[in-house]
Ligand binder design. Structure first.
Ligand code: NAG
Ligand code: NAG
Ligand code: NAG
Length: 353
C-alpha cells in the first residue's frame, strides 16, 4: 500500500514536471515577416496596386472571403499556426478589425511585393522589411501593456518568428530593372541580400526573439508568369532553370547564414525552412499529390494574371482550385500551401513543437 502510494506520487510528480516543461517551451504565438508568400492582408490597408482583397481571391477561405491573402484560401503560415495548436489563421497587423487580444496568439507584418532590398519595396510602394520591424516594436509595447511586462517578455522569447521573402528581389527587381543589375553581379546581389537578412535577425534577437525560421526561395523559375515570360523570349514555356539555379544558390547561402547565426547569437534556435524541393515535386509530379495541372494557374488563362489582373471578370478561371498547384500566375493554391506547411513543420519546425 505504502509502496504503490509512493510510486503514485512519484508518477504524479513526473507527469507534472513533464507538463510544466512542455508549457514552458510551448510556442504561444507565431510572428510573421515577409512578402506575399505570407501576407495575410496588410496591403489592403496601404496605398499600393498590389492587392488581392477582391474575388475570386479567397473563394475557398472560410465564408468565401477575399482577405488580402494571395490565395484562393489560407496560406502556409495559417497552416503552420494550426499545426502548433494555436489559431487556424494569423491576422494582419494593419487590419483594424483585429486588436491585441487577437495578436497575442499571432500576428503578421508581411507585405506583398516587398523584399530584403529597400529598392524592391519601393517598386510597388509596399512595406519595407525595416518598417515591418518598426511595427513589431510597436506590437511589443502593446503586448507588454496587455499581458504585463514579465509575461509579455516571456511571450516574446517563446514565440516563433517566421521570415519569408526574397523572390521579389530577383524577379521584380534585379532581373527587371537596371538599378541593381547594373551595379551587382547576381552573386554579389545574393550576398547583399544575405547581409540584410543577417542584420534583420540580429535586430530581432536584440528585441528578445529566440526561435526563428528563415524561409528559402521556391523554384521561382517554375512560377507560371516566368514560364510565360520565357515564351515571350523564345522559350517553350518550361521552367526557367536559370532562376531555379539562383534560388538554390541563394538557399545555400541562407543555410550558411543560419549556421553562422546559431554560433554567433547565444540561446537562439534558428532554422532554414526550405520549400524548394516539396514545391518542385508538386510541379514535376502533380498527380501524385492529386493535382492535374502545375504549369498553368487556376485564375484566368493561368499564364499571367495576378493581383488586379486576376479578378471576377477574368475569363476561364478554373472551377476547382484543388486541381491546381498555382492559384494565380505567381502564387500557390491553398492546397499547395497546406502540403508545403505539412512538409515544413515535419522537416524543419518540429524542433519548436
Ligand atoms: C479588442 O476588440 C474586441 C472586440 O472587437 C473588444 O471587445 C475589445 O475591447 C478590444 N480590446 C482592446 C484591448 O482594444
Ligand atoms: C533601408 O532603409 C532603412 C530606412 O531608411 C535604412 O535604415 C536601412 O539602412 C536601409 N537598408 C539598406 C540595406 O540600405
Ligand atoms: C522586459 O523586457 C524589456 C526589454 O528587454 C526590459 O526593459 C524590461 O525590464 C523587461 N521587463 C521584465 C519585467 O522582465
Amino acid at each position: 500500500m505504502e509502496k504503490s502510494g509512493s510510486s503514485f506520487i512519484f508518477l504524479a510528480f513526473f507527469l507534472l514536471q513533464t507538463l510544466t516543461k512542455h508549457e514552458a517551451t510551448k510556442v504561444p504565438a507565431i510572428i510573421v515577416f515577409g512578402d506575399s508568400s505570407v501576407d495575410s492582408g496588410n496591403n489592403n490597408h496601404i496605398s499600393t496596386v498590389l492587392k488581392s482583397n477582391f474575388p475570386p481571391y479567397g473563394r475557398d477561405f472560410d465564408g468565401g472571403k477575399p482577405t488580402g491573402r494571395f490565395s484562393n484560401g489560407k496560406i502556409i503560415t495559417d497552416f503552420i499556426s494550426q499545426a502548433f495548436g494555436i489559431k487556424t489563421t494569423i491576422p494582419a497587423y494593419l487590419d483594424p478589425s483585429f486588436n491585441i487580444t487577437d495578436f497575442v496568439h499571432g500576428v503578421c507584418f508581411a507585405s506583398a511585393g516587398t523584399g530584403y532590398d529597400n529598392a524592391t519595396s519601393d517598386i510597388f510602394s509596399v512595406i519595407p522589411l525595416w518598417k515591418q520591424l518598426e511595427y513589431y516594436k510597436e506590437y511589443q509595447t502593446k503586448l507588454r501593456d496587455y499581458l504585463g511586462a514579465s509575461k509579455g517578455n516571456a511571450t516574446i522569447a517563446k514565440s516563433l518568428y517566421l521570415i519569408s521573402l526574397g523572390t521579389n528581389d530577383f524577379l521584380e527587381n534585379y532581373f527587371l530593372l537596371p538599378q541593381r543589375s547594373s551595379k551587382f553581379s547576381v552573386e554579389e546581389y545574393q550576398s547583399f541580400l544575405v547581409r540584410v537578412a543577417a542584420e534583420f535577425v540580429r535586430k530581432l534577437y536584440k528585441l528578445g526573439a529566440r526561435k526563428m525560421s528563415i524561409g528559402g526561395l521556391p523554384p521561382m523559375g517554375c512560377l507560371p508568369l516566368e514560364r510565360t515570360s520565357s515564351v515571350v523570349f523564345g522559350g517553350g514555356g518550361e521552367c526557367v532553370e536559370k532562376y531555379n539555379g539562383i534560388a538554390k544558390d541563394f538557399n545555400g547561402k541562407l543555410m550558411g547564414l543560419v549556421e553562422m547565426l546559431e554560433k554567433e547569437l547565444g540561446g537562439i534556435r534558428i532554422v532554414l525552412s526550405n520549400p524548394f524541393d516539396v514545391l518542385h515535386d508538386m510541379i514535376d509530379h502533380p498527380s501524385y499529390f492529386g493535382f492535374s495541372n502545375s504549369a498553368k494557374a487556376c485564375c484566368g488563362t493561368g499564364r499571367f494574371e495576378m493581383g488586379f489582373m486576376c479578378s471576377r471578370l477574368s475569363p476561364f478561371t478554373c472551377d476547382d482550385a484543388n486541381k491546381y498547384v498555382f492559384w494565380d500566375a505567381f502564387h500557390p493554391t491553398q492546397k499547395a500551401h497546406s502540403i508545403m506547411a505539412n512538409h515544413i513543420v515535419k522537416t524543419y519546425l518540429s524542433i519548436f513543437l
